[in-house]
Structure formats: structure tokens, C-alpha cells
Design a binder for this molecule. Structure first.
Ligand SMILES: [Zn+2]
Length: 130
């Protein structure tokens, strides 16, 4: 167990923003049917994740911004790689990417939203002496 997990590492692993130990989600990102199931409170420090009712509705904006970024990057890559292919190529590739990345977008939009707007501050549980 990492006693002092960094912010980026905690976010990538979808850990609780308060203790950076407990998982926000109950199942793996790759569990197709259950990836969206969250813990109500942190299994480690009991921080409530939905800090106010409907809190995660705001995560839709983060998800939207991530999707737009994905569209732009995919569009640019296709444009340069295949010398501006037909419209259906853009649409097909983007549709497949969005479906494949849906669990990723769903989870990281919530992680980012909670870290940025949740007002939860990191509190190191076990002080390490250096
Ligand atoms: Zn916690």
C-alpha cells in the first residue's frame, strides 16, 4: 500500500480525493456491465462521494469537453494520416472510439469533477517522517 500516493496517480486510479486510498468505483474500468457502479462513501475513510444531491450531473460538462477534445484530435489525426478522407471515415472512426471509450469518459469525467469541484481536500492519514 502506497503511503503517499500522488495527485495524478490517485486520479488515474480513481481513488478517493480525501485519502487517495479507497476506490471511487466498485468494479474495474473493463467490467462492461458494471463499470459505472460507484461506492456511496469511500471504503477507506468514509468520505461521501456524491457531496451534494445530483452532484455528478455536472460531470456531464466534463464528459462533453472530453468528447469534443476526442473529436478534434481524431479529426486532426485522420486528416493528416489519410490526407482528408471521406466524411464516413471520420464518422465511423469517431463513433467506434466513443463507444469503446465510453467507460473511460464516464469514469474520468466523474473523477475530474469530484477532484475539481467536490471541495474535498487531501488529508494524509499516516504521516511519514522523512
Ligand atoms: Zn477516502
Amino acid at each position: 500500500m502506497a503511503a503517499n500516493r500522488g495527485l495524478i496517480s490517485a486520479m488515474l486510479q480513481a481513488k478517493c480525493p480525501r485519502c487517495r486510498e479507497g476506490d471511487m468505483f466498485q468494479y474495474s474500468l473493463f467490467n462492461i456491465t458494471r463499470f459505472s457502479k460507484m461506492h456511496q462513501t469511500c471504503p477507506d475513510c468514509h468520505q461521501k462521494f456524491e457531496v451534494e444531491p445530483g452532484f455528478f450531473i455536472g460531470a456531464m460538462y466534463v464528459s462533453y469537453a472530453m468528447s469534443v477534445g476526442l473529436f478534434l484530435i481524431t479529426g486532426l489525426v485522420l486528416y493528416h494520416l489519410f490526407d482528408d478522407p471521406e466524411l464516413w471515415v471520420y464518422l465511423t472512426v469517431i463513433t467506434i472510439l466513443v463507444i469503446v471509450l465510453l467507460p473511460f469518459l464516464y469514469r474520468y469525467s466523474r473523477v475530474l469533477y469530484l477532484y475539481w469541484f467536490g471541495g474535498v481536500h487531501y488529508r494524509q492519514k499516516h504521516k511519514t517522517t522523512r
